[in-house]
Structures are given as C-alpha cells and as structure tokens.
Ligand binder design. Structure first.
Ligand code: NDP
Ligand code: 2IT
Length: 446
C-alpha cells in the first residue's frame, strides 16, 4: 500500500510538473515518510489531503523589466508560489539567483509548508524570487530591480495574506528597497516583509536566527549521543547569512569552526575562523571568501566549493544550497569521522547522501526542522509588528531556543510513534504533515 501511494502520487506530480526535478525530489521524500500515516488514517486518504498539498494554491510568474547602469534594458522573471494557507498567511523567503526557475521555487515552497507547521507559529507556506543575479550589480541597479519586482508583487502580498522575507541573494538591502516600494504603492506601513531593518519594524535576532537556531537544534542531537560542542571540529559550507551566524554561535558554545566556502572555493583555517573578518568581507564589502586567506596566513584557500567535504570534521553544517552534498561527499565525511550533520540550507543533501548518513549512524538533523529558526523568528517579527512593540534581544533569542527545542521534541516523538525511532527526517515530515492535514480537514474542501 505504501509503495503504491508513493508511486501514484509521484506519477501525477511528475506528469503535472515536467522537468521540475528539485520539486519532484522534495515531494518524493515527504511522500515516502507520510505513506505510513496515510495507511493508518483512511480519512486523510479519502480527503486526498496529500494530493491537495502537492498542488500549490496559487502560482504567479511575471516580467520584471529594469534598466542597468549603462542604460540597457534588462528583463528578468519574477515568481511567487503561494503554496498553502492552511495554518496562516503564506510565509517564506525570496531567492535572487541565476539558477532560479519554477521548479526551485516550488521545492522551496513545498518544504516551507511543513517547516512552518513545525515552528508552532501560525504561518502558511510560500516562496518566491527571480533569476536576477545581484552579484556585481551596483546598489542602484539592485534598487531599480527590487522596485520593478514590487510593482507587480505588491498586489499579491500583504501582512495578512502573504509575507515574504530573504533567502539566497536577498538580505537587508533588498528587503529595504522592496518594503519601500510596497509602502509607496499601497500607502500603508505594515509588517508585509520580515527581515526588515531595526529602524523600521525589524526584529532583533532575525539576522542571526537561522544560524543560531541550527546550532540550538544540533545541540540536541549532540546531547542525545552524549556529546557537546566543546572542542568539536566543525565544517560549514557557504559564507552567507546562515553560515556566518551558525559559525558565530558554534564558536560561542566552544566549537572550533575550521572551514567556510562560497560558490568559487573554500577556506580552511585550523586555528579557527575569525567570524568578524568574514562578516566584513561578505556583509560590508560584498567580497569573496578567498580574500579571507589573503588576510589570515593560517588559512588556506582552495578553488572549487565541492572539496570542502573532504575536510575532516566532527560536525558538518551544509549552509549554502540544495544538493551540495552528494553520495561521494557524504562517504568522504563519514570516512573522515563526521558524527553529526545539521542542514542549514534547504535540501542540501541528495537522497543518496542522506542514506549514507543514516546507514552510518551519523546523527542527522534535516533542513525542515534544523533551519526553521529563521522563519520562526520571522513569525516573532510579525507578532511584534502586530503589537507595535519590540522585544529585547534576550527575549527573542530565548523564544527561538524554546521553539527549536520544541521542534526537536516533535520530531523525536513522531519518529517513535510511527516506528522510525531516531530518524528525524521521517519525524519532521510526519509531524509537519499531521499539523497541516489537521487544519485542512477542519476547514473542508477548499
Ligand atoms: P546567502 O545569499 O546569504 O548566502 C548563500 C551562500 O551560499 C553564499 O556563500 C553563496 O556563495 C553560497 N552559494 C549559493 N549558491 C551556491 C551554489 N550553487 N554553489 C555553492 N555555493 C553557493 O543565503 P543564505 O545564507 O540566506 O541561504 C543559504 C541557504 O540557507 C539556502 O539554502 C537557503 O534557502 C537556506 N535558508 C536560509 C534562511 C534565511 O533565513 N536566510 C532560512 C532557512 C534556510 P556565493 O556568494 O558565491 O553565491
Ligand atoms: O527557507 C527559509 O525558511 C527562509 N528563507 C526564511 C523564510 C522567512 O520567511 O523568514
């Protein structure tokens, strides 16, 4: 029955969404996990809950024309996929990267539905973005692009409808430009975005939240095997928002973070990465990770990002992008003694890589659970905006930690109830699914 359910769901999803391989991959993983739940609950099968969840409520694609600094007209494509409003307004980031197409936005939107359910906050799932590449663009070009993007997106979002935030290529600068145009077009000042600047409604800790939350979650999987961060060698891929603050928190807890990367290559600094240098290079100068090795002679730079997984470590935190750890990379990590993996990025491990980790007894924290701290803190930003109040750093951080603990407990519990004790991939998928399914059942066929 289980295999039949997965096959029949996948046949429809592949036929209906041709060529969207990342979306197929994300759906397949969840379908495999929840098949046992569908078996036990004929009412969910009858209501075709899973078949409804894999079909986004609404998908928007639009033209984004803008003028570059040379006076040339440029044309990009914009996306917003409003996946599920079962438990709250659509919520999820915007990604600006040349690799963006509908299949990427749909895989991210689909993952977001279950992740957001796990946070215990009232947010549905969505995702958006563009194939625009912010790299090497001037501030003015980025502003003109963001303004053009919003002249279409503004009519589809709103503080009680759909609340975007950042993702790859979208940080505080881009959110500011988009928020400004939204405010002007609608003549409203609302919490329509999260990840806003602190001067205009942002929340303390939102910048740090995904990386900090990841480390809080991994603390629990380490504890479960009698370990702590003290003295552990940690390798983190990426050097963006998630990677930087994961590195900072892991160091605060006593770990030795030795490697970071970007899409060109990676650095290894056995004495421990100086996070302040990385923050300046990446956040202020918008430079490359290679420059770190020019400033710190203890560090070595290697061209090509894939090699980072051959660096021996105790803990790996993939925090760059999807499918960045394949089977060979996973085997290299296991062979070199890696004991725990925490996914900061969305779907960074291929299905084959995940199997290598689980078979080898590596403690594995799946993305939907482990990186949920960012969007959870976005929900806290929405709460503060609604109250027109802002909470101190310590309060938001304490709430974030509590939420990550709660997500961990939900995943462990669901894995036990459904006969997969200790498998947090299955636990996260089932716990997230049950919440969304419950809300959909209660709301009727809509
Ligand atoms: P940033 O844009 O801040 O940083 C992305 C980092 O990953 C950069 O170092 C970038 O290098 C690297 N990278 C991006 N694409 C590739 C690629 N194809 N190959 C190798 N390296 C790559 O993004 P974030 O840190 O915000 O996001 C990182 C991951 O975390 C994504 O998967 C995102 O979906 C996920 N995530 C983000 C959250 C958030 O709150 N920001 C929340 C939850 C998950 P380069 O500069 O060379 O492109
Ligand atoms: O993947 C993610 O969870 C994010 N990019 C954060 C989304 C959000 O709305 O804060």
């Amino acid at each position: 029955m289980s295999a039949q359910f997965v096959d029949s769901v996948m046949a429809t999803v592949v036929a209906r969404n041709p060529g969207e391989t990342e979306f197929h991959q994300a759906v397949h993983e969840v379908a495999e996990s929840v098949a046992v739940v569908i078996d036990k609950h004929p009412e969910l099968a009858k209501a075709k809950i899973f078949e409804r969840i894999v079909e986004p409520e609404r998908q928007l694609m639009f033209r984004v024309p803008w003028m570059d600094d040379k006076g040339q007209v440029q044309v990009n494509r914009g996306f917003r996929v409003q996946f599920s409003s079962a438990i709250g307004p659509y919520k999820g980031g915007l990604r600006f990267h040349p690799s963006v197409y509908l299949g990427i936005i749909k895989f991210l939107g689909f993952e977001q539905v279950f992740k957001n359910a796990l946070t215990t906050t009232a947010i549905g799932g969505g995702k958006g973005g563009s194939d625009f590449d912010p790299k090497a663009k001037s501030d003015n070009e980025v502003m003109r692009f963001c303004q053009s993007f919003m002249t279409e997106l503004f009519r589809h979002v709103g503080p009680d409808t759909d609340v975007p935030a950042g993702d790859i290529g979208v940080g505080g600068r881009e959110i500011g430009y988009m928020f400004g145009m939204y405010k002007k077009l609608t003549n409203t000042f609302t919490g329509v975005f999260t990840g806003k600047g602190l001067e205009y409604g942002g929340s303390l800790v939102r910048t740090e939240a995904t990386g900090y939350g990841l480390v809080y979650f991994v603390s629990r999987i380490l504890e479960a095997r009698g370990m702590s961060w003290k003295g552990l060698k940690v390798v983190i891929s990426g050097s963006g928002n998630v990677a930087i603050y994961a590195a900072q928190k892991a160091q605060q807890l006593g770990a030795n973070v030795i490697a970071l990367s970007d899409s060109n290559g990676y650095i290894v600094d056995p004495r421990g990465i100086k996070v302040d240098t990385v923050k300046r290079i990446k956040e202020v100068e918008r430079g490359r990770i290679k420059e770190y090795a020019q400033e710190h002679s203890s560090a070595k730079y290697t061209e090509g990002w894939e090699g980072i997984w051959t660096t021996p470590c105790d803990v790996a935190l993939p925090s760059a992008t999807q499918n960045e750890i394949d089977e060979a990379a996973a085997k290299a990590l296991v062979k070199n003694g890696c004991k725990a993996v925490g996914e900061g990025a969305n779907m960074p491990s291929t299905p084959e890589a995940m199997k290598v980790f689980l078979d080898a007894g590596v403690s594995f924290a799946p993305a939907k659970a482990a990186n949920a701290g960012g969007v959870a803190t976005s929900a806290l930003e929405m709460s503060q905006n609604s109250m027109r109040l802002s909470w101190p750093f310590e309060e938001v951080d304490a709430r974030l930690k509590q939420i990550m603990d709660n997500i961990y407990d939900q995943c462990v519990q669901a894995s036990e109830v459904y006969g997969a004790k200790g498998n947090l991939v299955i636990g996260a998928n089932i716990a997230g699914f049950l919440k969304v399914a419950g809300a959909m059942m209660a709301q009727g066929l809509v």
